[in-house]
Write a protein that binds this ligand. Structure first.
Ligand code: ADP
Ligand code: C5P
Ligand code: MG
Length: 209
């Protein structure tokens, strides 16, 4: 087996999962502010790569995102791994505090999970935002009014929900079986959800800075 690029002795990796529109990006801002996480959104990294001039993956990523399918893991894992290396090179984790990475929207498929933990870094835990589809759908349709995202439309949303149930929930279940999931109800206001997250983290021994 290969040795991971980063050691959990040097960096802490927390995965953030939840269906599309469950509030991952929104809650990430709170967690960055209070817990000093470095936020890495797999979806944001893929969208940036899609737009990058000269990228050999631009068209592929665009198609996968519109169809709500999971982009081949080698692409996403390389983007995350390089973003972690960049952050560390820019000084994250220096000054006696371990770098904390909040990896948003990843792993969305079991193979990504295994590949990341084998080659990049084993995770500390997974925060799971649990949210009914009706609530997520309303949020996404509203977000779609201004987001400019190719996948915030009714048809893509339906496909993304399906991918989430069939492909991503097994990851949550596997991490749960390993005792690594903090599950939080993601309905109600942003503040309500954040209060539950803080409670869950506290119970798990993860404290604000
Ligand atoms: P995700 O990253 O999980 O897809 P976002 O954080 O982008 O979700 O949230 C989806 C949309 O819902 C955004 O427009 C966001 O402003 C809004 N939103 C997030 N959390 C809540 C909440 N608790 N109540 C109402 N709207 C929310
Ligand atoms: O997390 P976000 O909603 O921004 O992800 C948008 C899309 O990016 C997903 O629907 C999927 O097509 C792609 N994605 C992926 N693998 C990930 C994260 C996102 O293929 N781990
Ligand atoms: Mg998001």
């Amino acid at each position: 087996m290969s040795t991971p690029r980063f050691s959990p002795e040097d960096v802490t990796v927390v995965f953030l999962l939840g269906g599309p529109g469950s509030g991952k990006g929104t809650q990430s801002s709170n967690l960055v502010r209070d817990y000093g996480f470095i936020h890495l959104s797999a979806g944001d990294l893929l969208r940036a790569e899609q737009k990058r001039e000269g990228s050999q993956y631009g068209e592929l990523i665009k198609t996968y995102i519109r169809e709500g399918k999971i982009v081949p893991m080698e692409i996403t894992v390389a983007l995350l791994s390089n973003a972690m290396a960049d952050a560390l090179q820019q000084g994250a984790g220096q000054g006696g505090r371990k770098a904390r990475f909040l990896v948003d929207g990843f792993p969305r498929k079991l193979d990504q999970s295994v590949f990341f933990e084998d080659t990049v870094c084993p995770s500390e835990m997974t925060l799971f935002l649990e949210c009914p589809e009706e609530v997520m759908e309303q949020r996404l349709l509203k977000r779609g009014e201004t987001s400019g995202r190719d996948d915030d439309n009714a048809e893509s949303i339906r496909k993304r929900f399906r991918t989430f149930v069939e492909t991503s929930m097994p990851v949550v279940e596997a991490h749960g079986a390993a005792g690594k999931v903090v599950s939080v109800l993601a309905t109600g206001s942003v503040d309500d959800v954040y209060a539950r997250i803080q409670e869950g983290f506290k119970a798990r021994g993860v404290h604000p800075l």
